[in-house]
Structure formats: structure tokens, C-alpha cells
Design a protein. Sequence first.
Length: 127
Amino acid sequence: MKIILSVTLLCVSGTVLAIDTAHRLTQEQWSVPRNPESVVAMPALSRAMQDFQATANARLRIHHPGGDRGNLWAAELRAWLITLGVPSTDLEMSAGSANMNVIELEVVSGGNKTPPVMTILPEERVE
């Protein structure tokens, strides 16, 4: 009986831990005027980027609300992340978040990263 209770508590604790690892960006937090400094200073983005950089083979999954409003918000966030240096191949978009006022950023490790669709090489100089 003690073993079953321990395993159950361990599973429940693991589930809670997994849920708590998502970084939540609310519509209210996003509604401020945006510039590179204000975006970097957003607590959810700051924590997600710290986790992203500290995790080997990390990808950032963006769980966003569906519909036009949610898609537009997620696309703007994705553009900001790319502008700030996150490779687009490390970003995954996931529509259908239950809360229309929250985007959840989840750092996912393991697996293979998606290779870039196109690699742009610098032009060779001929002297």
C-alpha cells in the first residue's frame, strides 16, 4: 500500500512540475508598448529564454489561443523572438490554448532539431 501511495504521489508531483515549467505570458503583459528592451524584460520571456539557453537541443513550443487574434499574437511574438536571436527552426507553434488571454512558452528538450529550410551563405569576395 505504501509503495502504491508513493508512486501515486511521485506521479502527481511530476505532473504538477511539468505544468509549472510552462512560462505564461498574459495578454495584459503583452499589451505594453513593445521595443527590444521591454520584450526582453517580460518575466515569462526572460525565464523561458534562460531555460531555453540552459537546455541541450532545446526547442521553444509556443502554445497560443486559436483564431485570428491568437494567431496574430503568436506570430508577433515569434517575430520578436527571431529578431532577438532565437533561430526560427527552434520555434514550434501550437494553436488551441484553452485560455484566450495567455500564451504558454514551453521549453522542450531532446529529439532532433528541425534543419533550416534554407541556409544563406555570405557572398565570396573576389579580389
